[in-house]
Write a protein that binds this ligand. Structure first.
Ligand code: SF4
Length: 286
């Protein structure tokens, strides 16, 4: 396999995802999220195209079983700025639809709307990621990503077009975006989505440095919680289990209040999940 790979989140012991493949139409991403877990890829914030992408996707598709699930994308955003010009994601979608695979889109990009004609023909679900509603926080956390308002509008648009949609409210920063949980879930519920996926911030050491540069006071407040009281799992630093559970239970409660199904992502708390999949793939075909 070349550009379509088996989904393997660093062999994560806490991953509860169904078997799926991953396709990143681009290498790297220009949203520049300070918490990005994919920055181990060299020159990550200088996204580039993949040579002969469509040809390579077609070749890989010959090797995977009919009806497989392909996630687009996990280590970049399929709707980054350069995609407006090159439309590589659109070209991939066409090929995947022809092959009849199931597609799970994961994005913060709002020009997914451009591809609505294809999404309507596909066996697809879309998850749109959001981590804050606050403009000042967003500017520091996800400098080049579309605004939260535009992302919520996009979710609403997709729901109105009858595309199955979930929202990834993640990562949640303790003592910061944690305080937005009720408002965030309310805003999400107003769009009409039926599924929310959440997780807490789980930094590697290099990502922790980014947090310290952007939010020195927050990093100081959280240092002990992550590095003395927390746990290290799969190369990432986790909050103590009870703290993770208390944050995610708040999201789960708000979701229940609004009649939204809920799941967690790599938290070791499967008991909080009320949906049939953790990643939103169960929405495909609904
Ligand atoms: S959108 Fe995703 S892949 Fe892109 S920088 Fe942000 S976290 Fe990383």
């Amino acid at each position: 396999m070349d550009v379509i790979r088996e989904f393997d989140p660093w062999d994560g012991e806490l991953c509860t995802c169904p078997d799926k493949y991953s396709l990143n139409p681009y290498t790297g991403c220009d949203h520049r999220c300070i918490y990005c877990y994919a920055t181990y890829i060299p020159n990550f914030f200088q996204p580039r195209r993949k040579k002969e992408l469509v040809k390579r996707v077609k070749k890989d598709l010959e090797k995977i079983p009919h009806g497989s699930l392909i996630s687009i994308s996990n280590s970049s955003d399929p709707y980054l700025k350069m995609d407006k010009k090159y439309e590589d994601t659109r070209q991939c979608l066409k090929v995947l639809i022809d092959k009849g695979v199931k597609i799970l889109m994961v994005t913060k990009g709002v020009h997914i709307k451009r591809d609505i004609d294809l999404l309507k023909k596909a066996d697809v679900a879309v998850t749109v990621s959001l981590c804050t509603l606050k403009k000042d926080l967003k500017k520091k956390l996800e400098p080049n990503a579309p605004s939260p308002e535009k992302r919520l509008e996009t979710v609403e648009f997709l729901v109105e077009e009858n595309i199955p949609v979930g929202v990834r409210f993640d990562p949640i920063f303790p003592g910061s975006t944690e305080n937005e949980i009720p408002e965030m879930v309310e805003k999400i519920s107003e769009t009409g989505v039926e599924h929310v996926i959440s997780s807490t911030f789980k930094p590697r050491r290099d990502i922790w440095k980014n947090l310290g540069l952007a939010f020195p006071d927050l990093a100081e407040d959280l240092e002990e919680l992550y590095f003395k009281k927390g746990e290290k799992i799969d190369n990432s630093y986790y909050l103590p289990r009870e703290k993770r559970a208390s944050i995610l239970k708040k999201v789960a409660r708000e979701c229940e209040k609004h009649g939204i199904f809920f799941s967690t992502c790599r938290e070791g708390l499967p008991e909080l999940t009320t949906s049939d999949s953790c990643d939103g793939s169960h929405l495909i075909g609904q």
